[in-house]
Design a protein around this ligand. Structure first.
Ligand SMILES: Nc1ncnc2c1ncn2[C@@H]1O[C@H](COP(=O)(O)OP(=O)(O)O)[C@@H](O)[C@H]1O
Ligand SMILES: [Mg+2]
Length: 600
């Protein structure tokens, strides 16, 4: 029988501290189209691992074979991302969106060439399939656990996957919700085309499944009809299964199953849509008493000929540009809905420039052009000279300080813009990548969104300080360096966010990076020559500070600033290019970080 998902001696080795161990060993099973199977077994027995192997996202050394209608999935066949739906244990939707928006974006990101009409119809259809129609306008944040699982399912079925893998979507729910989701999963396999595999802890409602696969210690202990399960394991009630499994070593269960599996082969069948499954198992003895094997010819599967809702042709993912536009629109919508984030940004954008301006609220003191009149007495001259020095050094420090203060606050905003951006949604992003999202489109959408933030923050900072403090020099050139330093920090912290495991780690590293800007810039205290040479290339604040002070070249302030600063300024063009390099390097590393697969 060609139409099926086949696992042949599937084995997965992992390297645990130098020791290679199998997480799964010799799992052999097949599932025809229109089949609904439960994968059960004690905690840590390898259920999630098995789903990940089938989804093609397991980490480790794989052996054995995995076939869909003869296509070799392990050997890198041309199986499209849309053909496998994988519902992980975590929520894959953004809290700020509504149910129908989440499904709508899932369609736009996964289904190529979808028109607005397609999206609307597809959303309605998916919500109907999982029983969420009446909650279409509800925010994800306020959904119940069960509703969230349904939403995850709805977001997976939009690309009409032929294999749907669900990892503990019923766990942690109340019995009624668990019951409802089991029925939803059952119905999703009911069109006769799709294989649905559901990992579950629950031994309730086993009768809903066409087959039950029991794993223990990474090995297969049983794969057969649910109503033969209790008999096979010789327990009164299927619910005693876990206790029963503990009575023997996994290897013994595996050996036992190898002896008896042939008798069950014919019983793994598909279903005619909406018709109850048929079970042909007759109990006799069981594996512990009889070694008798009953060969049954396979082929008992009944595959539907009804028009399938699963298309026989795989859905194509949209192009990178389309995904980029969808992600950018989604990001803007999520941002506009997050009241805390909006308030925080408004506070930073409006408040930080005021903080700078406080230091020069009445405008910068004018530089007195003290005359060095030769006709005056020497003492008078020296007095004026001394006054000039004192006054000059105060003004010079103020100008340099105001520049550095603006720059540091903008690096802080930069770190705040992007430090958590990718790390905090990494699991969702990995999931979306699995469903065909291109990392390039994702990074580009982040870049555009962050660029808008950076522009607002830097432009207002520069403009406000220029007007309120009467900061001298050309505004446009100074704005350029303010924008560049903010963009450089935002870009570098985005890279950090793409490399770190958790959002907490990423924001910690980002904040440290900001903390080092001021001391290592050399604007306050000079560094030893060698230390300056080593660190300066990485300190964006120095290049922006230096670039802005260079714009004062034609002002009277320039000479007194030169007089007080401890560290030499660099040419404007060099400052500009170093900052551009920071931005560019940050984006490249972000792309690399996003292409790397993180554990799901
Ligand atoms: N990448 C990995 N590296 C090391 N150990 C792993 C890895 N993935 C899973 N494990 C371990 O493998 C076993 C099976 O894990 P899993 O498939 O998640 O079990 P479960 O049946 O509870 O879903 C567990 O003991 C788990 O700790
Ligand atoms: Mg698991």
């Amino acid at each position: 029988m060609g139409s099926m998902l086949e696992l042949k001696d599937v084995t997965l080795f992992i390297d645990r501290g130098g020791e290679v161990q199998p997480l799964l060993a010799d799992v052999t099973a097949s599932f025809p189209r229109g089949h609904f199977a439960a994968i059960i077994g004690p905690s840590g027995c390898g259920k999630s691992t098995l789903l990940k192997v089938i989804a093609g996202i397991a980490h480790g050394e794989e052996e054995g074979g995995l076939y869909w209608e003869g296509r070799d999935l392990m050997g890198g066949s041309d199986f499209a991302a849309s053909e496998i739906g994988y519902v992980p244990q975590f929520s894959i939707a953004h809290d700020e969106l509504t149910v129908s928006e989440s499904v709508g974006y899932a369609i736009r990101l996964r289904v190529g060439g979808a028109t607005s009409g397609n999206v609307r119809a597809g959303t309605a259809q998916a919500l109907k399939e999982v029983g969420l129609s009446e909650f279409a306008d509800r925010r994800v944040a306020v959904l119940s656990g069960g509703q969230k699982r349904r939403l995850s399912l709805a977001m997976e079925v939009v690309s009409r996957p032929v294999i749907l893998l669900a990892d503990e979507v019923t766990s942690g729910l109340d019995p009624q919700a668990e019951d409802e989701i089991s029925h939803v999963l059952h119905d999703l396999s009911n069109d006769g085309e799709r294989v649905v595999l559901s990992v579950t802890h629950s031994l309730q409602h086993l009768e809903l499944y066409d087959s039950v696969l029991v794993l223990t210690g990474g090995v297969l202990a049983y794969h057969g009809p649910p109503d033969a399960l209790a008999h096979y394991f010789r327990c009164e009630d299927p619910r005693d299964l876990y206790a029963r499994l503990e009575t023997r070593q996994p290897e013994e269960w595996a050996k036992s199953w190898k002896k008896h599996h042939a008798a069950f082969r014919g019983m793994i069948t598909g279903r005619i849509p909406s018709e109850p499954k048929s079970i042909h198992f007759e109990s006799d003895g069981g594996p512990l008493e009889t070694e008798q094997e009953r060969e049954q010819e396979s082929g008992a599967g009944t595959v539907a000929s009804e028009p399938p809702s699963v298309s026989s042709e795989a859905v194509r993912a949209p192009g990178a540009l389309s995904q980029f536009l969808t992600l950018t629109a989604r990001k803007l919508r999520i941002f506009s809905r997050d009241k805390t984030q909006l308030l925080l940004q408004a506070g930073l954008i409006l408040g930080f420039p005021v903080l700078v301006a406080i230091f020069a609220w009445n405008g910068l003191p004018a530089v007195q052009n003290l005359s060095m009149d030769m006709n005056q007495g020497l003492l008078q001259q020296m007095k004026e000279n001394a006054t000039f020095l004192v006054q000059g050094s105060k003004i010079g420090s103020l100008v340099s300080g105001i520049v550095m203060f603006q720059v540091i606050l903008l690096t802080l905003m930069g770190a705040n813009n992007s430090g958590r951006e990718i790390a905090s949604e990494r699991l969702i992003f990995e999931k979306e990548k699995l469903s065909g999202l291109r990392p390039g489109a994702y990074v580009a959408s982040k870049a555009v969104f962050l660029a808008l933030l950076v522009l607002a923050q830097s432009a207002w900072m520069g403009f406000f300080v220029h007007v309120v403090c009467g900061f001298p020099g050309p505004l446009e050139a100074q704005l350029l360096f303010l924008i560049l330093v903010n963009a450089a920090m935002t870009s570098v912290c985005l890279a950090i966010s793409s490399l770190m495991r958790t959002a907490e780690q990423a924001s910690l590293v980002s904040i440290y990076l900001v903390g080092f800007q001021l001391p290592l810039s050399g604007a306050v205290l000079a560094l030893p020559e060698w230390a300056g040479v080593l660190t300066r290339p990485f300190i964006a604040a120095y290049w922006s500070w230096s670039g802005i002070l260079q714009t004062l070249h034609d002002e009277r302030y320039y000479d007194i600033v030169q007089m007080v600063i401890q560290t030499a300024l660099s040419p404007s063009a060099l400052c500009l290019w170093v900052l551009v390099c920071h931005i560019f390097a940050g984006l490249v590393v972000t792309l690399v970080g996003c292409q790397r697969t993180r554990m799901i």
